[in-house]
Design a protein around this ligand. Structure first.
Ligand SMILES: C[S@@+](CC[C@H](N)C(=O)[O-])C[C@H]1O[C@@H](n2cnc3c(N)ncnc32)[C@H](O)[C@@H]1O
Length: 243
């Protein structure tokens, strides 16, 4: 499927040809959302929201240190397994890669899957810039990678079976986990992940140890399957399915 978006290219033409080829995107001058390809960074400009600031992916340790400690601790609690280190996590709903990079900053290996071409381009660009940054390039090289995949058949991908699968699908009631501007832009681009029930059903047999689902606080269980246990946070909860 071709994804249409306004494309503004300030970089060399080869970069645009590469991007169009890999992610199958096409220029649409009527789109209110623009993909701005600069020589040093790829950004998204969303004219549907009242914000002048563009969006891009930054894998940046300093930024992570600014995130609420409580949020990070709960996420790590949800992921971790007693006395087991070196877990590998499949983040099957990568979005802007924020949660994935929190896991990486705590020493986990993460494979990100993103099916939306635009978000996948931003993630790719974030990784490329991360590899040029002396503070994090080792971490990026060793512990994080990205797969652009548009199907639900993640068990058919040529990847190692993950210990943990992490899911954070987009829901209509979600409000606060990303800043308003970012969450609204993801909504404008991907809509809602209405097939999230099926994603959980695909992931349950594939994960070696557990599947962790981030959900709005009062929402129903994905696929109506009761988790083994729940870790609540202020605005969300983590539903944990143990294998
Ligand atoms: C709420 S966002 C995730 C935000 C992310 N946790 C972060 O920290 O930036 C949900 C993302 O999951 C992606 N997604 C949903 N279902 C997917 C699937 N089956 N395969 C790959 N990506 C999927 C959507 O395209 C969207 O970008």
């Amino acid at each position: 499927m071709i994804f249409k978006i306004k494309i503004i290219n300030y970089a060399n033409p080869e970069k645009l040809i590469f991007i169009k080829k890999i992610w199958n995107i096409q220029h649409d001058h009527t789109s209110q959302i623009s993909l701005i390809i600069k020589p040093h960074r790829i950004e998204l400009q969303n004219n549907l929201i009242n914000s002048k600031k563009n969006i891009w992916v930054d894998f940046n340790i300093k930024k992570i240190n600014l995130y609420k400690l409580d949020k990070k601790i709960k996420m790590i609690q949800a992921i971790k397994i007693k006395n087991t280190f070196n877990l590998n996590i499949l983040d099957a709903t990568a979005g802007l890669g924020k949660d994935a990079f929190i896991f990486v900053s705590y020493g986990y290996k993460v494979t990100m899957i993103e099916r939306n071409p635009i978000l996948s381009i931003l993630l790719y660009d974030g990784l490329v810039r991360g590899l040029q940054n002396n503070d994090i390039k080792k971490l990026i090289k060793k512990n994080i990678n990205l797969i652009y995949n548009t199907t639900l058949n993640i068990h058919q991908l040529k990847i190692q079976q993950p210990d943990i699968i992490y899911l954070d699908p987009m829901f209509p009631t979600r409000k606060k986990s990303l800043s308003k501007k970012e969450i609204r832009t993801i909504q404008n681009i991907v809509g809602y992940d209405t097939d999230a029930d099926n994603l959980l059903l695909t992931c349950l047999p594939f994960a070696k140890k557990k599947v962790v689902v981030k959900r709005p606080k009062k929402s129903n269980y994905l696929a109506n399957i009761k988790p083994n246990y729940i870790i609540p946070t202020k605005n969300h909860r983590f539903d944990i399915y143990v294998k």
